[in-house]
Design a binder for this molecule. Structure first.
Ligand code: ZN
Length: 376
């Protein structure tokens, strides 16, 4: 067995390198020593294999730990470093790790799989009122997406004809392109990567194999949703471009404003007008809730802007279903016009108030006096 190089040195990273640093370093080396860029260079192939072996060990947490502790001697049994026999084995082992992009592109064409990609996600919107948001509701949503063409069943060819293997790329969907002294794989310009050409396009979809359609879906909206809520309709999005799963459809909810209730998380706030006499003498008033009117006792001496809490009359929590509160804020409404009797009584009241300064007012004037005396 020949003398083995240190894996960290091979990748040119420190012993404390993160997983990402290791992957980035390997990616750089793999591109540098890629056989397509170094035709006939045996040394490049050796370096390419060396880097793959180092990456194989250092990207595996258990193997890396064993290597850190005991060096190459630690890599035995289950922790054995993989000896790559040929380049294709490297492509099939690591082609998937890097996903799409230039690396995936190279690996994809060199014996790796052309992985099916998920279709795109679709966004749509449903608006509902506060009552519906509180109780939950079932609504129909309509959105546009591609459906497999019913005339050609997705082949894109006119019924009775068949798509033909692309002459330009030989059906692979990719071609080798020389750029300077190395070559790269690119998507075939003749067939757009499909690997087939269509001499007689389907009249329905014009050869695309798919047509735009409007679909409608029933959406069950649970109680407690808000305008920030997004519901996912799994697998209801766009078609995959190459036989993979459909994307998802996301439904954004828009809860319309209510004329009486303002929402604050799970609580509702409602402002209710009362008269001066109701505030001073106390009263039984009727207040609105989402389930209809309810009685609320206003105690004598209630102040304007005072808040009364009706427990459990707010919005439900989406998960626990526990309900928030309804906060009733009363405010004193001053009458805009007065009957003669009304006015007579109020004038009498004014005389009493002028003669007898109320305790609260005394406090108030006392505070102002204090404030000015401090300044002066
Ligand atoms: Zn068609």
């Amino acid at each position: 067995m020949s003398q083995k190089k240190d894996y960290y040195q091979v990748l040119g990273v420190s012993r404390s390198a993160s997983d990402k640093e290791i992957a980035d370093a390997y990616r750089k080396l793999a591109l540098k020593y890629h056989p397509d860029r170094n035709p006939g260079d045996e040394e490049a192939v050796a370096k390419f294999k060396e880097a793959a072996e180092a990456f194989e060990v250092l990207s595996n947490p258990e193997k890396r730990a064993a290597y850190d502790r005991y060096g190459h001697a630690g890599l035995s049994g289950n922790y054995q470093a993989h000896q790559f026999r040929d380049i294709n084995e490297i492509f099939s082992a690591f082609g998937d790790i890097f996903g799409d992009g230039i690396f995936g592109e190279i690996f994809g064409g060199m014996g790796g799989r052309n992985r099916p990609r998920r279709g795109e996600d679709i966004l749509c919107e449903i608006s509902l009122d506060l009552q519906e948001a509180a109780e939950g509701v079932s609504k129909t949503v309509r959105f546009r997406r591609h459906e497999i063409c019913g005339t050609c069943h997705g082949s894109g060819a006119k019924p009775g004809t068949n798509p033909e293997t692309c002459q330009y790329c030989g059906g692979r969907g990719r071609i080798m392109q020389s750029a300077g002294f190395f070559s790269l794989q690119t998507t075939c310009p003749a067939c757009g990567g499909r690997g087939v050409t269509i001499a007689h396009p389907c009249p329905q979809c014009h050869g695309k194999g798919a047509v735009m359609e409007t679909v409608s879906r029933e959406v069950n909206i649970p109680p407690g949703v808000d305008s920030s809520t997004r519901l996912r309709l799994q697998g209801e999005g766009e078609l995959s471009p190459n036989g993979g799963a459909r994307g998802d459809c996301y439904v954004l909810l828009q809860v319309r404003e209510h004329p009486l209730f303002k929402r604050d998380g799970q609580n509702l706030i409602c402002r209710v007008p009362i008269t001066y006499t109701q505030a001073a003498l106390g009263a039984d008033i009727e207040v609105p809730t989402l389930n209809g009117p309810e009685n609320l006792q206003i105690p004598p001496g209630t102040q304007s802007e005072e808040v009364f809490v009706l427990r459990g009359k707010g919005m439900p929590n989406m998960r626990s279903r526990r309900k928030g509160d309804l906060l009733v804020q009363v405010f004193i409404e001053v009458p805009k016009s007065l009957s003669p009797r009304h006015e007579k009584l109020l004038r009498e009241l004014a005389e009493i108030e002028n003669a007898d300064v109320m305790p609260k007012r005394k406090d108030f004037f006392g505070m102002i006096k204090e404030l000015f005396s401090k300044r002066g």
